[in-house]
Design a protein around this ligand. Structure first.
Ligand SMILES: [Zn+2]
Length: 271
């Protein structure tokens, strides 16, 4: 009797293998949804970052006669960088937050500097990068239309009062991370790497070639998150959009007389 009871209490090898197999199956079912949940959480943090930065930009315009913050990090990380002018540090301070809010948790760029450099920079003790050296400053970039007199002297969108449709005019985009983007030429990918160190994008150039999405990908990450990337709008809200939802050419589009069904970067037609 005693021997039979002992035998019943032990697991056979087969039973153990079945238990292990069931656990393995459960893990394989749960892991993808766990990683989806993690991705979704990152996208939410990113949107929250952009919302804080957007609020900071609007507070800044309030104190600067309606003017938007300017830019200071040029493409290619040249010695001409004017870090103190860039919106990056100014808006982080304005928002009363640390530099992390300028970084998207899904950003996979390999061009971020070590934290020790960041500390030196914040004390004004970091020498500017050597020409051609790309240093990533931010995951987000301001829309060039709001910085430069783009189309002609009569169309300048550097103040909030010149924006007719703030709720549909994008201010922040997710900046290209500098890694090669599928479909771009070697030259375009080289430019993309340089653009990863800037703090603004030239959205005014995206409508010129046949494929705006591919042209924009030289400067932005159009698919940073699932279902697109986050865009910060000038009424302060942030929206996750596929690139095709930000600009669409009309069927009768002509290069020298561009017609758009919508273009959320160009304040003239951003409605
Ligand atoms: Zn993001």
């Amino acid at each position: 009797m005693r021997r039979r009871a002992a035998a019943r209490r032990a697991f056979t090898l087969i039973e153990l293998l079945v238990v292990v197999a069931i656990i393995a199956i459960l893990i394989s079912i749960l892991l993808p949804s766990l990683s989806q949940a993690r991705e979704q959480a990152k996208a939410v943090v990113c949107a929250s970052n952009q919302r804080s930065l957007m609020t900071a930009v609007l507070m800044y315009t309030d104190r600067h006669n309606g003017h938007f913050p300017t830019v200071g990090y040029h493409h290619s990380g040249t010695a001409a960088n004017e870090r103190e002018l860039s919106w990056v540090l100014q808006m982080v301070q304005e928002a009363g937050r640390d530099r992390k809010i300028a970084r998207c948790p899904s950003d996979r760029s390999t061009l971020w500097p070590p934290d020790s450099d960041r500390a030196l920079e914040e004390m004004g003790q970091l020498p500017p990068p050597a020409p051609g050296e790309v240093v990533r400053q931010t995951s987000y970039a301001s829309n060039g239309y709001t910085v430069f007199p783009i189309i002609s002297e009569t169309f300048i969108y550097d103040r909030l009062s010149t924006i007719r449709w703030p709720a549909t005019t994008a201010y922040f985009v997710e900046l290209a991370d500098g890694r090669p983007f599928q479909g771009l030429s070697a030259q375009a990918n080289a430019d993309r790497r340089l653009n990863a160190g800037a703090d603004h994008v030239h959205a005014e150039r995206w409508h010129i070639p046949a494929n705006p999405r591919l042209k924009a990908a030289e400067e932005i990450e159009p698919d940073q998150h699932r279902n697109g990337s986050n865009y910060g709008f000038l009424d302060g809200h942030v929206e996750r959009l596929k690139f095709e939802q930000t600009m669409l050419k009309a069927a009768d589009y002509r290069v020298f007389q561009p017609t758009f069904l919508f273009n959320k970067f160009d304040p003239a037609i951003a409605r």
